[in-house]
Design a protein around this ligand. Structure first.
Ligand code: UD1
Ligand code: UDP
Length: 349
């Protein structure tokens, strides 16, 4: 088959890596990068860390409002698809690149695989929630990462298109952890292997787009009185530049490569985040995770006691963080050998 994989944002490159490597053994794969993320650290660095070959098409769309960004993507994606006439399109996750791919392909009747289908936060103020709903309902093969996601798709009448595959990020991290631990670079002046630190990331619109809210979260975290390493997402960096805040004990860095980031996760005491992918990686690496949100799509990590939701406006944030303890047991809710299972299903299409 001729297959187009559409990616555009950092977490999508991480999901693409193992699938693309395996797919190319059986099919002709065309990688299309929308250009939603474009900084070296958010895009090229991740491609090179994970050995993903250069995209066949780089659309260079860049940042804009939701409608402008999504519309611009759809226009060029349609041109690429009409020229290539693929048998299948693969989309990943829940970004604007995902939704643009879903709408453009479904309107010209190209079958779509959606990797990471069935996620719901039931918070419609998140742009990702709209992207997920549209992508799932426009797609033909829904690859559910968890039983919860499978159940949600069945509940929405999509059960006959749903395949429980497990989460592909398991394969990315399992394959790359040994490499990461051998080759990582510590932030300047820090010996992360022998340091007790928290690893922090923040980029959700409701946590970072309002400078007062962002500063409030960081001030509370400063009161933990522990070292916090904080690789700052560009969306968050833009806000931080306008805030007068030094952050005692907080080590601010640029976004870092995937291999370094996984090593930072591995050596951390706990992970504090609002990222979707990082909640899963914390679970896989058996690290306590504090999610600074009031809800999550990855409910099984909370149910099993490895992830604690803390409302970012909660005045007792520090006490909740320090009191959080994880159990010994895990049920491997994200599966294993996920790429193999996905490629098996794709080969049968
Ligand atoms: C996007 C996804 C989000 C995902 C996240 C992963 C949508 C609606 N959101 O959020 O689901 O969790 O990626 O990181 O698709 N910027 C740069 N350089 C870059 C990229 C972005 O400076 O390489 C800045 C721009 O000012 C831009 C802002 O970050 O306006 C937001 O970028 P955007 O891609 O719109 O959303 P993210 O917050 O990155
Ligand atoms: N990540 C990275 N460098 C960083 C921060 C995160 O490589 O500085 C990786 C992380 O290991 C995970 C993914 O990026 O695999 C998560 O992406 P992000 O938090 O941007 O988006 P989300 O998962 O919330 O959509």
């Amino acid at each position: 088959m001729k297959i187009i994989s559409i990616v555009g944002a950092r977490p999508q490159f991480i999901k693409l890596a193992p699938l693309s490597a395996k797919l190319s053994e059986f099919h002709e794969e065309i990688i299309v990068h929308t250009g939603q993320h474009y900084d070296y650290t958010m895009s090229e660095r991740i491609f090179s860390d994970l050995g993903i070959r250069n995209p066949d098409h780089h659309l260079g769309i860049g940042s804009a409002s939701h409608a402008v960004q999504t519309g611009n993507m759809m226009k060029v994606l349609e041109e690429v698809m009409l020229a290539a006439r693929p048998d299948l399109v693969i989309i990943f996750g829940d970004t604007n690149s995902t939704m643009a791919g879903a709408l453009a392909a479904s309107k010209i009747n190209i079958p779509i695989v959606h990797v990471e289908a069935g996620l719901r936060s039931y918070n419609r103020a998140m742009p990702e929630e709209i992207n997920r709903i549209v992508a799932d309902h426009a797609s033909d093969y829904l690859f559910a990462p968890t039983r919860t996601a499978e159940g949600i798709l069945q509940g929405e009448g999509l059960g006959d298109r749903t395949y429980l595959t497990g989460d592909i990020m398991v394969d990315t991290i399992t394959e790359n952890l040994p490499v990461a631990l051998k080759n990582y670079t510590s932030p300047e002046g820090l010996d992360i292997e022998n340091l007790e630190y928290n690893l922090l990331t923040l980029h959700r619109n409701y946590n970072v787009d309002n400078p007062g809210i962002l500063k409030g979260i960081l001030k509370k975290l400063e009161d933990l009185g522990e070292v916090i390493i904080f690789p700052v997402h560009p969306r968050t960096m833009k806000m931080l530049e306008g805030i007068d805040f030094n952050g005692r004990n907080i080590v601010f860095t640029e976004p870092i490569g995937y291999l370094d980031f996984v090593a930072f996760e591995n050596f951390s005491k706990r992970i504090i985040t609002d990222s979707g992918g990082i909640q899963k990686e914390a679970y896989i690496l058996r690290k306590p995770c504090i999610t600074l949100r009031t809800e999550t799509e990855w409910t099984e990590t909370v149910r099993e006691g490895w992830n604690l939701l803390v409302d970012p406006s909660d005045e007792a944030m520090c006490e909740k963080i320090t009191a959080f303890r994880v159990p010994l047991e895990q049920n491997q809710v994200f599966g294993e050998k996920v790429t193999e299972r996905m490629v098996e299903i794709i080969n049968g299409i």
